[in-house]
Design a protein around this ligand. Structure first.
Ligand SMILES: [Zn+2]
Length: 175
């Protein structure tokens, strides 16, 4: 999943306004950042996705960022929400891709990337729903403001670009 992760981060911001939005977006993409770091460092065994998207890997990533957030802010509920946002990444990826579960375990997922139009609709719905939850948490006078509309526009455009990429270049892998 691509833009949908941003939608989930926006929903998190709607539920807990004290957490910085940039941190929620980072948390929502954390397994992909771990993937990128693994690719950049040239790790090949175990497969990078096992280190970034498997259930034990996501549990470690979620626990680590939640602990760091708790150390910085002493807010147990917000820390739990940040951890849940990381876990949501793995669950959302099961819809759009195919991911390893644990060492020796099955690789699971619906792989909606095969159908970029379906992927675009699904992720746009997630983006829009998350944005609505975020927007609802704002004071009434800010809900129609340009920055708030811009967030939705940018997230949908990013998703449109990603879905177009999948349609034009099927089978491109991340590393
Ligand atoms: Zn991912």
């Amino acid at each position: 999943m691509y833009g949908g992760h941003i939608g989930i981060a926006l929903a998190g911001k709607g539920y807990r306004q004290t957490i910085p939005l940039w941190l929620l977006i980072f948390a929502s993409q954390l397994p992909d950042w771990a993937d990128a770091a693994g690719c950049a460092s040239g790790v090949s065994s175990p497969p990078v996705e096992m280190l970034s998207h498997s259930i034990p890997a996501v549990a470690v990533l979620a626990g680590a960022i939640a602990l760091l957030y708790y150390a910085a802010r002493r807010d147990i509920h917000a820390s739990a929400l940040v951890a849940m946002i990381v876990v949501s990444h793995m669950l959302a990826d099961y819809l759009t891709g195919r991911k390893p579960t644990w060492p020796g375990g099955p690789v699971i997922g619906l792989h909606l990337y095969h159908w970029p139009a379906v992927d675009f609709v699904l992720e746009s719905v997630v983006i829009f729903a998350g944005w609505m939850i975020y927007r609802r948490s704002l004071p009434a006078e800010r809900r129609q403001s340009n920055p708030v509309i811009l967030i939705l526009t940018v997230a949908l455009l990013l998703q449109g670009g990603a879905s177009l990429g999948f349609a034009l270049f099927p089978g491109v892998s991340k590393c």
